[in-house]
Design a protein. Structure first.
Length: 114
């Protein structure tokens, strides 16, 4: 009987998770590099970070983010606000390119208010 309750509790938790729209980290490196006319290869050379690691960050393929890498990238690119490089995005919007312009406008507006 106890295993049945555990299974139902696990099932209920999974369905709640599916109904929620969890936040995910989105690394905006590809957009930042494009706006500055810098290639991933050039950034790798400027930061002494492996090109494969830069590519994984730019394509949001990393499951972990190396703090030292983020610091080096920010320093080289003159980024002093984390949201210029990393934002939270709802999972349902992650692959919707139509949202990028709105997100960029929101970020730009926030960055110029200071």
């Amino acid at each position: 009987m106890e295993k049945g309750k555990e299974a139902l509790a696990a099932l209920y938790s999974e369905s709640e998770e599916k109904e929620r729209d969890p936040l995910r980290i989105y690394v905006r490196l590809k957009e930042v590099l494009k706006s500055r006319g810098i290639s991933q290869k050039e950034l790798a050379e400027m930061t002494n970070i492996r090109p494969a690691a830069i590519s994984e960050l730019a394509n949001n393929l990393r499951t972990t983010i190396n703090r030292e890498h983020v610091e080096r990238i920010a320093e080289v690119l003159g980024i002093d606000r984390l949201e210029e490089l990393i934002i939270f995005e709802h999972e349902s919007e992650l692959w919707n390119p139509g949202n990028r312009a709105e997100q960029q406008a929101y970020i730009d507006e926030g960055l110029t208010k200071d």
